[in-house]
Design a binder for this molecule. Structure first.
Ligand SMILES: Nc1nc2c(ncn2[C@@H]2O[C@H](COP(=O)(O)OP(=O)(O)OP(=O)(O)O)[C@@H](O)[C@H]2O)c(=O)[nH]1
Length: 527
């Protein structure tokens, strides 16, 4: 019982701990979920931030009126720093380092390619700027020399260049004579013919001016490159952050699946554990049933006190029940042995209580009880019975002559010989000393008388031989038939009547039978 209770408690603990661990797992699962949702949110934020950073740096670059290497380097550094920052952010969120490295390298290469292209353009631009500065220097020298018209013409030309639409500028590699003439035509009326020709020749021959014009083209190209680079980077950012988001989502799903797998594994573990506990409990219950059945059997055997039944219980085992069965077995055997002894003692006591110690025939007590019983039967059914009192004659003489021991042997001889003459239904008892009683149920007076005479004759005709002594002895008998005519309901009175008849037998000479019949005593003729 204790074992079952212990097991039940264990199973409960397992179940509760299982529930707790499941809750713990679910909590973990929730955390993973929250973490991944947060990560996705951050990735989306990062994407927005990246676009903002990129746009800001591009705008800053474009806002500069002058493009030089310093700005370009600043721009490139800004891009690289942003890529590093983006990589760091991604590293916290993306498990696959290899993929992250590939993204980073892709971005680096892209920025590098763009930077190289831009550096080439910048180199060209720089040389153009030098040329442009030469034109300006020429303009300033003309002003200094007082050639304000020429300086004005240069200005006009430069304004004209500036005012030219991008398309027409981009379609030309260098100004043609006609166009140069067209550019300087406003000067035609303000300067002399000679001066006009000189300026035209100057512009046509002066490569600086041509390059100055090309400066605009280059600047525009740089702007275009920047725009396309911005578009490409935006696209890359979108793609990288998109892929990162996809990866994060993939991770997220992986993590969810792992958590779910763990939960289902834990669940199946718990089921197995609970099944094992249940099976053990079942086995224990069966063992306990067997245990109780055996205990019950032992108890039944104890209750029944049947020593033989104990062999149904296996007593050869080494368990507690077998030990108990062994104890019960020896205990019952001991009890049975004692019971046997008590029973034998009781039988002896019973025998002693009912029998005479010397002769072995019934004693006075038993005779009185049986006589009373017989008398009751008589009173009810009116079936007569006979009662006789037998007394050895001159027994005192035998004692005195041969001794008390031999007197005893004579008494035994007498009872043996009388008993052999009787029916099984007759009751012969020693009433005391040398006096005996004989109860003859369902016996008529005449039959009883015949029997008494036979006994008397048998005793007096065959002497008793004891210790080589031949002892002749006789017996006197008083007989009474209990029937209606004696009209005495008291059983003790019947004995008195028999005694009276005996007394008469003694008085009239001994060795004879007297029958009591009312107040008349009849002494039958000897056979
Ligand atoms: N050996 C022996 N003697 C007994 C026993 N019981 C009584 N007696 C003796 O029996 C004798 C009876 O003697 P009495 O009463 O005088 O009668 P009796 O000598 O038989 O004479 P009557 O009866 O008149 O013929 C006594 O001497 C008793 O001691 C006994 O158990 N064994």
């Amino acid at each position: 019982m204790t074992l079952t209770i212990t097991l039940a408690i264990m199973t409960t603990i397992v179940g509760i701990s299982g529930i707790f661990s499941l809750e713990e797992f679910q909590e973990e699962y929730g955390k993973v979920k929250d973490h991944n949702f947060e990560m996705l949110l951050n990735m989306t934020k990062l994407k927005v931030q990246s676009n903002e950073v990129l746009t800001a740096t591009t705008d800053m670059f474009l806002a500069e009126h002058e493009t030089d290497l310093q700005i370009l380097n600043f721009y490139i550094d800004g891009r690289m720093a942003w890529i590093d920052k983006l990589s760091e952010e991604l590293a916290d969120r993306v498990d696959n380092v290899q993929e992250l490295f590939i993204f980073k390298s892709r971005l680096y290469i892209q920025v590098q390619v763009i930077s190289d292209e831009m550096l080439n353009k910048m180199a060209l631009l720089k040389s153009l700027l030098i040329e442009y500065k030469k034109v300006e220097k020429y303009k300033r020298s003309q002003i200094k020399e007082g050639n304000s018209d020429i300086a004005l013409a240069v200005d006009n030309i430069m304004s004209l260049f500036n005012s030219m639409d991008q398309k027409s500028l981009l379609s030309q590699e260098k100004p043609k004579t006609e166009e140069v003439k067209q550019f300087i035509s406003p000067l035609k009326h303000t300067i002399s013919e000679q001066e006009y020709k000189h300026i035209t020749a100057l512009f046509l021959e002066q490569p600086s001016l041509t390059f100055a014009y090309q400066h605009y083209l280059a600047q525009l190209e740089v702007l275009n490159v920047l725009k396309s680079e911005h578009a490409q980077l935006s696209k890359s950012i979108a793609s990288v952050t998109g892929e990162a988001i996809l990866m994060a989502e993939k991770n997220f799903l992986n993590n969810l699946n792992k958590a779910e797998e763990k939960i289902s594994l834990r669940k199946s573990d718990l089921y197995v554990l609970m099944f094992i506990s249940f099976a053990i409990a079942l086995v224990l219950v069966f063992l306990q049933i067997g245990f109780l059945r055996r205990v019950h059997l032992i108890r039944k055997i104890i209750d029944a006190g049947d020593a033989k039944s104990q062999f149904q219980i296996p007593i050869n085992g080494r368990d507690e029940i077998s030990e108990m069965a062994k104890s019960v077995k020896s205990y019952i055997e001991e009890i049975l042995e004692k019971e046997q002894q008590v029973s034998e003692t009781n039988k002896k006591l019973e025998h002693l209580a009912m029998h005479d110690g010397l002769t072995g025939i019934y004693n006075r007590r038993y005779f009185d009880a049986k006589l009373e019983q017989e008398h009751i039967r008589y009173l009810r059914y009116k079936e007569p019975y006979c009662l006789a009192m037998l007394d050895l004659d001159f027994f005192k003489n035998i004692n005195d002559t041969y001794g008390h021991d031999i007197g005893d042997k004579v008494l035994i001889d007498f009872t043996d010989r009388v008993t052999k003459q009787l029916r099984e239904t007759d009751l012969f008892a020693r009433l005391g000393g040398e006096e005996f009683g004989l109860l003859m149920p369902l016996t008529s007076e005449i039959n009883a008388l015949i029997l008494m005479e036979r006994i008397r004759n048998h005793i007096q005709s065959i002497p008793c031989v004891v210790n080589n002594f031949r002892i002749d002895y006789s017996v006197s008998i008083g007989l009474v038939e209990v029937k209606e005519i004696n009209d005495m309901h008291d059983v003790l009175k019947q004995l008195t009547l028999a005694d009276k008849a005996l007394y008469e037998a003694k008085r009239t000479g001994r060795n004879r039978v007297h029958v009591y019949q009312g107040e008349q005593l009849i002494t039958p003729q000897r056979a």
